[in-house]
Design a protein around this ligand. Structure first.
Ligand code: CU
Length: 159
């Protein structure tokens, strides 16, 4: 941790002590509706989706880890002419007080190197790491379609 970062964190801690509102803002990051598509035997990767609501300070999702795959990558998907392309991104910004949806056809998590197929109806643990909020643990529900209230998106996303 460099000095600038430490100073910022100290400043945030002081603000939190001075005002209950600031303390709430610092802890205001929320992750909801995590789900993943079922996969078949032999499928190496699976997509994961969720919704992140930022606290007052804004934050950045930088990595994740889970028990079901050897790595978790952050991906974006976009149209290149008629072809949908995915690429890895180093982080996903969460705007202050705003919402980022990781959903089919857009930003998503990629579970790389699946150790076993993801079965509909099961859940598995996922730990997300944010620059400011640190680690946030969520349960990911395996479902063929977005569970009610989760980030649904449009279009197919096949690997
Ligand atoms: Cu992907």
């Amino acid at each position: 941790m460099n000095t600038t970062r430490r100073t910022l964190l100290t400043a945030a801690a002081c603000a939190a002590l001075a005002s209950p509102l600031a303390a709430w803002a610092q802890a205001g990051l929320k992750v909801e509706g995590a789900w993943a598509r079922p996969t078949v035997q032999g499928q190496a990767a699976g997509g994961g989706f969720l919704k992140i609501t930022g606290g007052a300070a804004g934050d950045r999702l930088v990595s994740g880890r889970t028990t079901v795959s050897s790595a978790v990558e952050l991906h974006t998907m976009s149209m290149d002419g008629d072809v949908m392309r995915m690429r890895q991104v180093p982080g996903i910004d969460v705007p202050a007080g705003g919402t980022v949806e990781l959903k089919p056809g857009g930003l998503h998590l990629m579970f790389m190197g699946l150790k076993q197929p993801l079965k509909a109806g099961e859940t598995f643990p996922l730990t997300l790491r944010f620059e400011k909020a640190g680690e946030v643990k969520v349960d990911v529900k395996v479902s063929a379609q977005a569970p009610a209230g989760a980030a649904a998106g449009h279009g197919g996303h096949k690997h």
